[in-house]
Design a protein around this ligand. Sequence first.
Ligand code: PMP
Length: 449
Amino acid sequence: MSRSLDRSNAHYQRAVKRLPLGVASTFRYWGEDRTIYVHHGKGARVWDIDGNKYVDYRLGYGPAILGYADDRVDAAAKRGMEVGGVFALSTERELVVADRIAKMVPGMDLVRFSNSGTEAVMAALRLARAHTGRESYLLIEGSYHGLFDAAMWMVNLEDWDARSNSEPKVVSYSKGIPQTIRELAHLTPMNDPQRLEDVFRKHGNTLAAMLIEPIQGNCCGISASREFVQLARRLCDQYGVLLIIDEVKTGFRVAKGGIQSLLGVQPDIATFAKAMANGYPIACVAGREEVMRTFRYGGAAHGGTYTAHAVSLAAAEECLRILDETPALSTLAAYGESLKAGMSRILKARGIVHSFTGHPSMFGLFFAATPPDNYRAWKLSDYSFYDAMAAHLHDECIICEPDSREPWFMCEAHDASCLDDTLKAFERAVDRTLEGLSAGPAGKELIGG
Ligand code: PMP
């Protein structure tokens, strides 16, 4: 299929004069001649301004759990519109939605709303600091917890020699992050119990919180083992550290009760966002009563003008009702299983070694026999096949993230026609990638068993 992006390209030239990189979020810029401008979305499909019709597996990085413009959620949002916006006062519906969250996720005794994942995690960290009276915190390498300064620390693997005994340096994700707060952030690799114990032994008494995303929604769906998260829970208890599970991507997606329910681990605080309202901007921080009551005058500050906006809140009420009371989550997980099976069939027929990470509702595709189990392993792996294939998939009108770290997201609206279109396009994209690689050494290494 040859896709034309003439209108998108022309629009980019106009947009870049007014908007940095021609977009509203840096990750939406895919290059001068490959940046897509959307006309509209419906179900699992997106139409761009050139009229190209895509099957979408980014789903806005996860929010459209039921599919775009879901009639049920949109009707609820319209009813929410009639309420009148925000009042700097509360409405009764906040309790209805909080009750639903508490019912779906065990241990989430109390709930506070936010507008985005970033805001929710920022509130969670502040809450942990206020509750413990400590300031530093522990992050897992390869995780992403939002755009606020405290979350924007990572290990620099570009300049790190994996064979050396040294640890990679902690650096900020972005310019503009004050280096003065750097020493508050500690990082440790996923699924490395020894290093986790070491870091607690060294810093446990000064940590306010440990943040973990047990399926790394920003690192190829790399998953924490049950034992690793259970060890984290024990160490947090031992050292008086609050365990924050960031369910911004996994919450109300991998299970009604989130990844914590699948792992059988209860955090002190959890954050939820993406799948809460099928794309309407709402998030929440929730957790153990004693901790959550620290949100009070004289305790941890929390609020915000647009918090619990009537439209988003009404959308959340309906979206969560659907996720709780209908088989939507098993429908989309079953679709994910079918998609993985179809991809495997195509790859196996060509002798291409591959594996999957994550959960069927948000999985990573990986070109090695065993998937990486932490960020260091991902960084040392060869992801050139994925990168080349992603561009061919876009040309075939399948939207996946160009960066192999972002998982493929499923929604309830993905149906048999989406599957059929996707697998046909996938087969062509794989073949075009192989053609492109056949001359180079990477292609030879991939084809094995
Ligand atoms: N936490 C996680 C795990 C995320 O994946 C994201 C966003 N991708 C965030 C926090 C930040 O959420 P938002 O983009 O809504 O601010």
